[in-house]
Design a protein around this ligand. Sequence first.
Ligand SMILES: O=c1ccn([C@H]2C[C@H](O)[C@@H](COP(=O)(O)OP(=O)(O)OP(=O)(O)O)O2)c(=O)[nH]1
Ligand SMILES: [Mg+2]
Length: 151
Amino acid sequence: MHKIDLKILDPRIGDTFPLPEYATPGSAGLDLRACLDQALTLQPGETHLIPTGISIYIGDANLCATILPRSGLGHKHGIVLGNLVGLIDSDYQGPLMVSMWNRGNTEFTVEPGDRIAQLVFMPVVQASFNLVNDFTQSERGQGGFGSSGRQ
Ligand SMILES: O=c1ccn([C@H]2C[C@H](O)[C@@H](COP(=O)(O)OP(=O)(O)OP(=O)(O)O)O2)c(=O)[nH]1
Ligand SMILES: [Mg+2]
């Protein structure tokens, strides 16, 4: 288990609202909570930036974190992320924010402390570029965007 530095920015985190934790031993994501002072209703089509009450400092360029939607919110209520996926850089030290987008047709109310999205740590490979004029020919070549058909 990696140790990641975490700062509590909202005193309710770790008190009224639990710290992010893996729900089961096999969980990939840690749920993030809406650190709101009052309930917030997202009208259809609206996007709001919601504080999670924490900041993390990953501090290792070979790691990042992503913020992903919760499948229940996305599938049942149309609540996904305004940026589709949030990417947390290893050198970011600011507050973790969740862009909540109501892509559905009905309003949705977020209550303070609700679990609104999930944080997933991932390995990162940084690359530098080797400038060439021609690539060694691959089997695929330039084929893409459905070039192999549908079945
Ligand atoms: O859902 C998100 C996405 C990003 N961030 C923070 C962490 C990330 O490291 C930083 C910058 O994100 P990104 O590089 O995706 O945004 P940008 O629009 O390119 O901003 P910047 O110019 O600051 O890099 O914002 C969040 O808190 N939540
Ligand atoms: Mg950026």
